[in-house]
Design a protein around this ligand. Structure first.
Ligand code: HEM
Length: 413
């Protein structure tokens, strides 16, 4: 397997990180949280007026209504009822790029598939990944800039590290990694450049097919070998199912983790007293991680669709309608958190909903927490006197579906 196997959209002037960042709104500060306050108070469940929002004409309107669900209780009620609220709507949105992935499956198909995939995410695998994959990946990225005294923590650390981790979990050959990163970034750019995303999806299909064939012949400890071997009630994963999962991993696993660790670093860097508190007392790190996820979840909204007529708060929703589940708003619900828009690692810890809830609750929850712990400990250990670069543009978090800072310029030492 060589780098050229992934070289399908070669275009040397194209930097996928820059393109990704530019198109994801660098320079545009979007803060939806103030609007969510009134939405929670007045309309826990609301029908969106697409005519007004997007200027759609009558003949452009979708057949079914589009709703938004905004309070913690209504969000939780939808996510916990997988029978009344289907995930199949993702087929249309993401199916073309990821393939038929776990995200768009309902029961009982979802249950079987999840049971097979979960076999790769055991406690033992997590311990091995932490030691052999995640620690080395994080430290080698920090090695690159630690002597400079300054860095952009997004471009230099939080963006590349989850992709490095996945490449190593899959045991990809070293030479393939640059191309793999590029394909991964193009794949997750699905909502900004569909053509490139589809090209990357096809290239990854070819690439993964060859690797799966090799690993089926000579299995090892890596994630692909484990998925190829997984068995439940006599059922095994097909190549297409493994590939759909691997492609999803780049979005569900890497993009979310890069964004959540960036958001946590932003929260701490803009609240230096809290940064110092965590640096001095690492037992505060778990609650800092949860507060980062509550305050600025990397994924603001997810989708469901009613399977029948359902009553939700004061509204009646019909089968086939679309529901935009507002995780960000649920995580700022004032009935659960005081001064919910504030970043405060010392607030009483109660569960947030950044990882969703119910049967589709994030499968990578422990991995995500562990990766963030490793990256934060490495930053705190190796970058003394870490602070925002006073000479650079002040950072900001932006995005209306995925949220993160486009850059985090810092100085240290
Ligand atoms: C902080 C980081 C992460 C956040 C905030 C997050 C969030 C979420 C959310 C909200 C969902 C539910 C989506 C839906 O039902 O529509 C989800 C599902 C999922 N996540 Fe994560 N995730 C993170 C990290 C990861 C990681 C590291 C992995 C790697 C294995 C991962 C794998 C998955 C998978 C496979 C699903 C689909 C589960 C299913 O449909 O049963 N996630 N995640």
């Amino acid at each position: 397997m060589t780098a050229t196997d992934l070289d399908t959209t070669a275009d040397d002037d194209y930097d996928p990180f820059d393109a990704f960042n530019r198109k994801h709104g660098a320079g545009v500060v979007e803060n939806p949280y103030p609007d969510f306050v009134a939405m929670r108070r007045d309309t826990p469940v609301a029908e969106l007026d697409l005519r007004e929002m997007f200027g759609l004409a009558d003949d452009e309107m979708p057949e079914n209504a589009v709703w938004t669900v905004n309070t913690f209780d209504t969000v939780q009620a939808v996510l916990r009822d997988g029978e009344a609220f289907s995930s199949k709507g993702y087929e249309e949105v993401m199916g073309a790029v990821f393939g038929h992935s776990i995200l768009e499956m309902d029961e009982p198909e979802h249950h079987t598939y999840r049971g097979l995939i979960q076999q790769a995410f055991t406690r033992k695998a997590m311990e091995r990944w932490e030691r052999d994959v995640i620690e080395p990946a994080v430290h080698s990225l920090i090695d690159e800039f630690v002597d400079e005294g300054r860095a952009d923590l997004v471009k230099d650390l939080t963006f590349p590290f989850p992709f490095e981790v996945i490449a190593d979990q899959l045991c990809l050959p070293e030479d393939d990694k640059p191309r793999f990163h590029r394909m991964a970034t193009e794949l997750i750019s699905v909502n900004i450049d569909m053509e490139r995303a589809l090209g990357a999806s096809a290239a990854l299909y070819e690439y993964f097919s060859k690797i799966i064939a090799e690993r089926r012949k000579a299995p090892d400890q890596d994630l692909i070998s484990v998925l190829a071997r997984a068995e439940l009630d006599g059922q095994q994963l097909t190549d297409d199912e493994i590939i759909a999962f691997l492609r999803l991993l780049l979005s569900a696993g890497a993009e979310t983790t890069y964004r959540s660790s960036s958001n946590l670093l932003y929260g701490l860097l803009t609240h230096p007293d809290q940064l110092e508190a965590v640096r001095d007392d690492r037992s505060l790190l778990p609650q800092a991680i949860e507060e980062g996820l509550r305050w600025e979840p990397p994924l603001l909204t997810i989708m469901r669709s009613p399977t029948r007529t359902v009553q939700l708060a004061d509204k009646e929703l019909q089968a086939g309608d679309t529901i935009v589940i507002n995780i960000g708003s649920a995580n700022h619900d004032e009935s659960r958190w005081e001064n919910a828009d504030e970043f405060d690692i010392f607030r009483p810890q109660i569960p947030h909903i950044a990882f969703a809830s119910g049967v589709h609750m994030c499968l990578g929850i422990h991995l995500a927490r562990m990766e963030t712990t490793v990256v934060m400990n490495a930053v705190l250990d190796r970058l003394p006197e870490l602070r925002l670069d006073p000479d650079a543009e002040a950072p900001y978090i932006t995005g209306m579906v995925f949220r993160a800072p486009p850059a985090l310029p810092v100085v240290f030492g």
